[in-house]
Design a protein around this ligand. Structure first.
Ligand code: TPP
Ligand code: MG
Length: 729
């Protein structure tokens, strides 16, 4: 039983004053266990108190407390298994982390911003928990992003239990650096405040966890406020547990989270329910928030004295102290002795943390990307065979090859399965869909429904779950059906997928692949099926971005994306999926193109065009025409990957031709070309005989009517004109 771990020596020193008159227990908790629980709760409170002092002394830089939440979270921890269960706590879970085994010193290190802080190495605010050894996954600041990740984490645990061979180490790809641990009956703990349940991702997570019967414990710590906004403004009717009470397979429990015995009993029931395989549980615990939202907030501005006093009467630390006295478990002397020892421990831990080494300033670049595996080094020549295939064919072929090779790969997204009702497939009643563009066709048939499945129509759901799965060591290769609908997932991509490694100082990573159908030139695609916008993703550190222009590159780059150890956005141009241009024979199951290696599509000596994606064939057409008609020799460079990009190839070509056009399908202003053009102007100024030119879309959306689309998107003719004027400059 998990509670045995609370017989720590520190508790024992204070227990001398325990009355041993009776053997009475409290919802299964012994008197000695209650003393240890008090020690943990008091310890948590005193660390908060000390952190406040340190902040006021300007020795640390932020403080947010767990005061008032201690009883509920210690009760949860005592029912869970450190280093075996998985934890997605939020910033008021200090006491939970202490109960799991995080030390006060480790907690102070984050406030100090120390190099050895196991939470984030000085990169995140204090109370942003993360501890590799304890399976506490690095937490971020955006409220609510943890829900879907917890769902994905639970899915990964289930997957590895059912496919244990997938957990094996494998040389030569990300698996070499991604150890998997699983136990089969794990619970994933995920907590948040009352206000955070207003986030849409909460509801998406409840939907998926319930539907998939996943072992997740959702702990909602309701202190009645989200900063200054009271719960009845956040939540219809003021009670989130009431609203979710009809989710199937979900156990919903409500308790007074300031009463540790009641909280313990509630958590015990919930964890037993989950471990027995019944599905998820949600505990709605009512707690208090005596120290304002954070040290930057003064709740007296929006809460009157009377309301605050009413809360103070429910303070869990005082309540448990009074309980111990009333039940003759500890007398006053016993309490004093215990508290004194905790105070000394806290003071010593804080003093020690203040002396800790700070991070080296040149460490800022470490762990933006994998330090173990650089996708610029992954390379393997094609072994081409057979007839020419389309980009769609060769992406599909790559997915199949890699799924055969690596059983950690799972594929999901909207409509990606052949058929969710698999009996239709088995009975051969239907052929199956496999994606709106058929890129994932046949995958479910070959690899089964636990590896290839449809997600709900919810983009944050897709990426959030992928982040959780990838953190545990799976390799999700998910699909976003249209780039135009990626925005609900942007938060997960920007704040989680790409930041996990950096913000945890390398302790956690989530190298998932997000395949996205992108781009226009569709004749009727209009504003919501034609957009580009890659610069919004290349502007994100930690995220690799590919944008292939032809079948062979798509195959070789996707394989590198899957085998590498970084998260990758893989942008697939819809117009190129089945185009005649750029078809190629199947290159075999191992072809890899290193990231950051451009391809010279055509050599030339008079001017350079740097581009990628669907502009490549258009630029080629223009280049051939101007060569024919005006004898201007154009060098055409296809970047292939946008982060990293091949500066060497750009510089070499510009030094040769001294004239350059940067072209792309996305809008001109603040587009991807702006960065390349700026760098050329900065570093190659002396090699230029003419200004750097850009060719791109108009600064508008993409219209439906084809004559408008033609004007909006850059055409071969626009490129031709730009080449002509630049050659003459
Ligand atoms: C997505 C997002 N929006 C806003 C914030 C700013 N913020 C931080 S905590 C908080 C209130 C959270 O309230 P609740 O979920 O009830 O948790 P509590 O702090 O009360 O424990 C807000 C608005 C944030 N961190 N993330
Ligand atoms: Mg709250």
């Amino acid at each position: 039983m998990a509670v045995t771990k609370i017989d720590s020596p520190k508790g024992a020193s204070a227990v001398e004053e325990i009355s041993t008159k009776t053997e009475k227990t409290y919802e299964g908790l012994t008197r000695q266990q209650l003393v240890e629980i008090y020690r943990l709760m008091y310890l948590s409170r005193r660390i908060d108190d000390r952190e406040k002092v340190l902040k006021n002394q300007q020795k640390t830089y932020f403080q947010i407390s767990s005061a008032g939440h201690e009883a509920l979270t210690v009760a949860a921890a005592l029912n869970l298994r450190p280093s075996s269960d998985w934890f997605y706590p939020y910033y008021r879970d200090r006491a939970l982390c202490l109960a799991l085994g995080m030390t006060p010193y480790e907690q102070f290190l984050e406030g100090v911003g120390a190099a050895d802080d196991p939470n984030s190495g000085g990169r995140q605010m204090p109370s942003h928990w993360g501890h590799k050894k304890l399976n506490i996954v690095s937490q971020s600041s955006p409220t609510g992003t943890q829900f879907l990740q917890a769902v994905g984490c639970a899915e990964a645990g289930r997957y590895f239990s059912q496919n244990p061979e997938a957990a094996e180490k494998h040389e030569g790809d990300y698996r070499q650096f991604k150890d998997v641990i699983f136990h089969g009956d794990e619970v994933v703990y995920c907590s948040a405040g009352d206000g955070t349940t207003s986030e849409g991702e909460f509801w998406e997570a409840m939907n998926s966890a319930s539907n998939l019967k996943l072992p997740v414990l959702f702990m909602i710590e309701d202190n009645g406020y989200a900063i200054s906004v009271p719960v009845e403004v956040q939540t219809a009717g003021g009670s989130v547990s009431r609203l979710i009470s009809n989710f199937p397979n979900l156990l919903v429990e409500e308790c007074d989270g300031t009463d540790v015995v009641a909280s313990y009993a509630t958590c015990k029931r919930a964890v037993e329910y989950i471990r027995a395989g019944n599905g998820p549980a949600l505990i709605h615990g009512h707690v208090i928030r005596p120290y304002s939202h954070s040290l930057s907030d003064d709740e007296k501005l929006y809460r009157p004295e009377a309301e605050r006093e009413k809360d103070a009467k429910r303070d869990p630390v005082t309540r448990l102290q009074m309980f111990l006295v009333r039940e003759n478990i500890l007398n006053e002397a016993g309490i004093n002795k215990l508290e004194k020892s905790v105070d000394e421990e806290v003071a010593a831990a804080a003093d020690q943390a203040l002396k800790a080494t700070l991070p080296a300033t040149d460490s800022v670049y470490t762990n933006v990307y994998s330090e173990d595996l650089d996708p610029r080094t992954l390379s393997s020549a094609p072994q081409s065979q057979g007839a020419d295939k389309t980009m769609a064919d060769l992406i599909n072929a790559c997915l199949k090859d890699e799924m055969r090779r690596d059983d950690r790969i799972v594929v999901f997204g909207e409509d990606v399965a052949d058929c969710s009702r698999e009996e239709y497939l088995k009975q051969k009643q239907i052929k199956g869909k496999g994606g709106v563009f058929k890129l994932t066709s046949g995958l479910q048939l070959e690899f089964g429904s636990d590896r290839v499945f449809n997600s709900p129509l919810a983009e944050a759901n897709i990426v959030g779950r992928a982040v959780g799965m990838a953190t545990r060591g799976l390799k999700p290769v998910v699909e976003i059906q249209f780039f135009d609908y990626i925005w609900p997932a942007y938060h997960q991509i920007r704040s989680e997928l790409s930041m996990m490694r950096w913000r945890s100082n390398g302790y956690f990573s989530c190298p998932a692949v997000v395949r996205v159908a992108i781009g226009g030139y569709l004749t009727g695609g209009a504003a919501y099926h034609s957009q580009c916008g890659e610069s919004l993703f290349t502007h994100i550190p930690g995220l690799r971005v590919c944008f292939p222009s032809n079948a062979l590159d798509a195959n070789g780059l996707l394989r590198t994306a899957i085998r590498c150890d970084d998260p990758v956005m893989f942008l697939e141009h819809k117009r190129l999926y089945r185009e005649t241009f750029g078809r190629a024979p199947y290159p075999g199951p191992d072809h890899m193109i290193p990231f950051g290696k451009a391809r010279t599509v055509k050599e030339g000596k008079d001017l350079t065009v740097i581009t990628y994606g669907a502009v490549v064939p258009r630029a080629l057409q223009a280049a051939q025409k101007i060569e024919r008609e005006q004898n201007v020799s154009v060098e055409l460079i296809d970047l292939r990957t946008l982060n990293p990009y091949d500066w060497e190839a750009i510089a070499t070509s510009v030094r040769k031709t001294n004239r350059v056009i940067v072209a792309h399908e996305d809008m001109l202003s603040w587009g991807y070309g702006a960065e390349i053009a700026a760098r050329i102007a900065d570093e190659l100024f002396e090699d230029l005989d003419a200004p750097v030119k850009r060719v791109a879309a108009t600064d508008t959306f993409v219209a439906y009517q084809p004559i408008l689309e033609d004007v909006i998107l850059p055409q071969a003719d626009d490129l031709f004109k730009a080449m002509e004027s630049l050659a003459k400059f």
